[in-house]
Design a protein around this ligand. Structure first.
Ligand SMILES: [Mg+2]
Length: 178
């Protein structure tokens, strides 16, 4: 039984920008993403975000701006009845235990919301999301939005195969709630 759903942010919930989402004005949700979150909430799941935001560590976007974007993200999903129980972000610009592909943020979420690896799923559009999910022992889903298509190729090259791919978050939620 799935209890905790951990979502990557850029490319899963909102349009990924090569120059980072720097303000709420630049936050553009992907079609159906907010509704998919709302369906998980209505089904009683705990839903969190785990996002790398190296733009903070690199000095490109102030942490306060990232927090405003997260507030806006909460408001957008709330409009359709969704919410995030917590938004974890990693400001580090270099490899650290919290920064995906490492599993730090996922392990924090599982501890905080008391979910075992078998009760947890990870959804992302990047190879590092899938790698973090598998390291944490969670079922991992790649979505074809965002960087998804290039990530499928990258994961194949890395011989990572124990994950499943769906078109978008709504399709993953269909599977989780069926
Ligand atoms: Mg992403």
């Amino acid at each position: 039984m799935i209890k905790l759903v951990i979502l990557d942010r850029d490319g899963v919930l909102n349009v990924d920008r090569h120059d980072y989402v720097k303000s709420p004005e630049e936050l553009v949700l992907l079609d159906g993403a907010a509704e998919a979150v709302a369906r998980l909430i209505r089904a009683g799941k705990t839903v969190v975000v785990a996002t790398n935001q190296a733009c903070i560590g690199r000095g490109i976007v102030p942490e306060s701006a990232v927090l405003s974007v997260h507030e806006a993200l909460q408001q957008r999903v709330a409009l359709v009845g969704g919410m995030f129980h917590k938004i974890y972000y990693c400001p580090d610009a270099v490899d650290t235990p919290r920064r995906k592909p490492n599993a730090g943020m996922l392990l924090e979420a599982m501890a905080e919301f008391n979910a075992s690896p078998t009760e947890t799923v990870m959804v992302g559009d990047a190879a590092r999301d899938i790698e973090a999910g598998l390291t944490a022992g969670c079922r991992s889903f790649l979505v074809r939005t965002g960087k998804g298509l290039e990530s499928e190729t990258l994961l194949k090259e890395k011989n990572v195969t124990n994950y499943t791919t769906y078109d978008d978050l709504a399709a993953v939620v269909d599977i989780l709630l069926q």
